[in-house]
Design a protein around this ligand. Structure first.
Ligand code: XMP
Length: 583
């Protein structure tokens, strides 16, 4: 619900991914932290005990680079600048920042000099994680250098009386093993923060806020089967009583096996079967962006229809949404999730409810891990709370189509599969064919694949052919669309991979495991399956996750028995250069 009006800690966001990571860490220590734009006026932050200025990709010398109101340095709260935050602190207080021409990325050893509250409890040498180009050369007047590394002599500074500190390294990342200690020292020993936050203990408060916002009105939700909307929906039912809360789930026909039944049983919402509309709208469509666009438009149409048919647009109803904290601030969310959100927000009916302020977002101050904790406290099943993310367009963007027949081509050290998939290279989108190797998909082949994408500019993705009814050279790409039979085939393959990955515990080691079908095979077995397990933190970058050969072999054997499946491939490509999803 609405974030605390006067939190003890504010993280000022200087760009990049860091601000949310810092706020999450602070909350893990039991202190609520908010994220605000770096330029937030000091007057609005006067009641804080601690301010952290985050890292970011800019240089303080870049025109228009993020800055902070210099008055925060004399307003009362303690301030800790991290990375860019330290450079900004030094720059604004008349220290010197040196522009670097090459960066320092990765592990470094910090030599702590002298005693300081910030580093109390640390060893004289500490492993830290660095990621920077510029660095502080001369600290501002009155500041002491608290530590340095071999390439960065001023890696930490502090002014004890003014409670102003800066560190060049990143204490918030796991690769700085004692980073938590540094943050705790700053929050508790230096700034005197007190513990005030436990998401599990907030349920009563959230329920009171839900009752207050809803008043005598009822609440309507579109749920997706994902964690956020499910927890928000359950909270509202608990706060207002089941009879005042309605939910609907749109079955697009591109859901995973058992998903619709799972949502019906675990949430008890109305199921709107729109699969025929979606299939019809996508008939003959091959190009991924057109697919996504049509799916978005179809969602809009169905959701509008549901809202109108249920009188949910009259004044007795408000709309519940599972919006979480990073979604509420500009820097949050991934580019892709923004796209799908735009689609959902564009529903005319929903927009009307938003414009009229008839909206209830009980989780808008929570991070995902906190939502999971609330969900556990509410007694929601672990299968629901620990699920891998699943994209809104569902299996439709994992089922590749083709409008022409093409042969597989021999290459110097593999085969060129003439199906196109999406990649990100040099920050822009690529759409290219796939290089296939034959053999087991171990770490060595993943290494070789990484080098190959740089060398063979025609491709953006590499796969290993691990089993098949025919080798790649005998396969062809055939004409194929998004028809019900192929969707059923992919759904079956996905269910097999999901079951085996769950039984072996592999699903707990990875972030996501898309299963893709490509129209590449032989007569009678026209499709092949691609396994795409990845490790990631936020989906922005990812690493291909190696499976044990035992698990890969078990999966391949079962997948090859699926009707119409020719071969099983494993995707070896990191992101970048390939995206996680194929389309
Ligand atoms: P890519 O394929 O861009 O995906 O590497 C990054 C993450 O975003 C998910 N994804 C989506 N999620 N709607 C969503 O809600 C979408 O349209 C969408 N497209 C991709 C993808 O599953 C991965 O976790």
């Amino acid at each position: 619900m609405s974030p605390q009006a006067h939190p003890q800690v504010t993280v000022l966001d200087a760009g990049g991914q860091y601000a949310h990571l810092i706020a999450r860490r602070v909350r893990e220590f039991g202190v609520y932290a908010e994220v605000r734009a770096s330029e937030t006026p000091a007057a609005e932050l006067a009641s804080r005990k601690a301010i952290v200025v985050s890292g970011g990709p800019a240089s303080v010398y870049d025109p228009g680079s993020p800055t902070v109101d210099p008055a925060i340095f004399s307003a009362g709260p303690g301030v800790l600048g991290i990375c860019y935050g330290q450079q900004l602190l030094a720059h604004l207080l008349d220290g010197r920042v040196r522009k670097g021409d090459h960066g320092e990325y990765g592990q470094a050893v910090l030599h702590v000099t002298g005693e300081s509250l910030l580093f109390q409890g640390l060893d004289e040498s500490e492993q830290v994680w660095m990621s920077h180009r510029d660095q502080v050369e001369t600290p501002p007047e009155g500041f002491r250098t608290l530590g340095g590394t071999s390439t960065c002599p001023v890696a930490a500074i502090g002014h004890v009386e003014r409670r102003l500190y800066g560190v060049q390294f990143h204490p918030e990342v796991v690769h700085t093993p004692h980073g938590n200690r540094v943050l705790e020292n700053f929050l508790f020993a230096i700034c005197g923060c007190e513990k005030d936050w436990d998401p599990r203990g907030r349920i009563g408060q959230i329920e009171r806020e839900i009752r207050q916002t809803a008043g005598s009105r009822h609440v309507f939700f579109f749920v997706s089967g994902g964690v956020d909307s499910s927890v928000a929906y359950r909270l509202c039912r608990q706060a207002l009583g089941a009879e005042r809360v309605r939910g609907a789930y749109v079955d697009t026909g591109f859901m995973r096996e058992g998903e619709t039944e799972f949502v019906r049983e675990s949430l008890g919402v109305e199921i709107v079967d729109a699969s025929a509309d979606f299939l019809e709208a996508l008939r003959g469509v091959v190009e991924p962006e057109r697919k996504r666009h049509i799916i978005g438009e179809s969602f809009v149409a169905v959701q509008d229809r549901v809202l109108r048919s249920g009188h949910y647009l009259d004044g007795d109803w408000i709309l519940g949404q599972g919006t979480i904290y990073p979604d509420t601030i500009e820097s949050g969310g991934t580019a892709k999730s923004d796209v799908i959100k735009t689609h959902h927000n564009r529903v005319a009916g929903i927009q009307r409810l938003i414009d009229e302020g008839r909206i209830l977002e009980p989780l808008s101050s929570f991070y995902k891990d906190e939502v999971r904790e609330v969900g556990r406290e509410l007694g929601l099943p672990a299968e629901l709370l620990d699920r891998h993310p699943f994209p809104g367009p569902g299996l439709a963007i994992r089922l590749l189509c083709s409008d022409e027949e093409l042969p597989v081509e021999p290459l110097e050290d593999g085969w060129l599969l003439p199906v196109h998939s999406v990649g990100v290279q040099g920050d822009s989108r690529s759409y290219r064919p796939v290089l296939a190797y034959e053999g087991a998909a171990g770490p060595e082949l993943i290494e070789r694949a990484t080098r190959a994408v740089n060398r063979v500019s025609r491709v953006n993705r590499v796969v290993a052919h691990i089993a098949g009814h025919a080798p790649p050279r005998e396969q062809r790409v055939r004409r194929a669309g998004l028809d019900a039979g192929r969707v059923a085939r992919l759904r079956r393959a996905d269910a097999i991979a999901r079951r085996l990955s769950h039984e072996s515990g592999f699903d707990r080691e990875i972030w996501q495991f898309p299963v893709v079908a490509i129209p590449c095979g032989i007569e009678g077995r026209p499709d092949s399956v691609v396994l795409r397990p990845v490790q990631s933190v936020d989906g922005m970058t990812a690493r291909a996750a190696p499976m044990s050969s035992e698990l890969a072999d078990r999966m391949a054997a079962e997948l090859m028995s699926v009707d119409g499946v020719c071969s099983v491939y494993v995707d070896l490509t990191h992101k970048p250069p390939a995206t996680i999803e194929w389309e």
